[in-house]
Design a protein around this ligand. Sequence first.
Ligand code: HSE
Length: 292
Amino acid sequence: MITVRVPATSANMGPGFDTLGIALKLYARVSMERAERGFLITGADEQYCNEDNLVYIAYRAALARLGVGGDGVRIHIESDIPISRGLGSSAAMYVAGIMGAAALHGRELDKEVLLEITNTLEKHPDNFAAAIYGGFTSALVYDGRPYAVRCPVADGLKLCAFIPEFMTNTEKARAALPKTVLHEDAAYTVAHALALINGLGSGNDETIRRAVSDKLHEPYRKKLIPGFDALKAAAEDVGCVAFYISGSGSTCMSIYRDPAFPEKAQRAVAPLAGKWRVLPLEIDSEGAALVS
Ligand code: HSE
């Protein structure tokens, strides 16, 4: 029996659509063991305990990629990552399935190959890169293959999630985006993404505040998040450094420095419509790991 631990991730981070991601100390733990035949999935909600389970899909994809014959497998999932909330729960399941397949069949798998296998499952590597490498990552696809770069984050910067009760479907959130963008909006976003990487690395709050603005996805997706403007205003009023939609939503994320921010944010969101769970999160710098 092996156990893989994979962190939650917050992707896009404003101007880094499909590119930037950050790993968080909120985890999924997936235990797996070989069985003679078939598959058994436990721990997850019953609706996910079937052949469409993401851990199982990734497990089979990894076996095929590694050229290993399939026998049976038992999978047990324990996850603190909320599902379909823009916190990388699907990426965590895929990464666990791939790492589990390699570990159970005695294969070494370096992070580059692991990231490459994820690309056969989902084409945007932002969550995967952060989940695999940990920390703050920038990912790109070169010649059809994904690569990740670790970027520094200055001490003292933390994240605080605002998690609503409603889910967001990534496919629908992607369908809400226009097929083409204006050249000036693309240039705006490149400039802001580069400034954000610099701001987070240097710990310059003013740069982060200016840089987090996006024109590629947030203007379209915020309409899918009821109460977005009021929530953002409330978080800014109590002193967040920056605020953005985490992944494709529905969670919104703030970057903060003031240790009292989560408590202030809790009070600020209480009177708002909707029910927002305020969850302060530290940055995970290890990434996915085989823990037993
Ligand atoms: N970059 C992706 C998106 C993250 O925004 O659609 C969700 O998987």
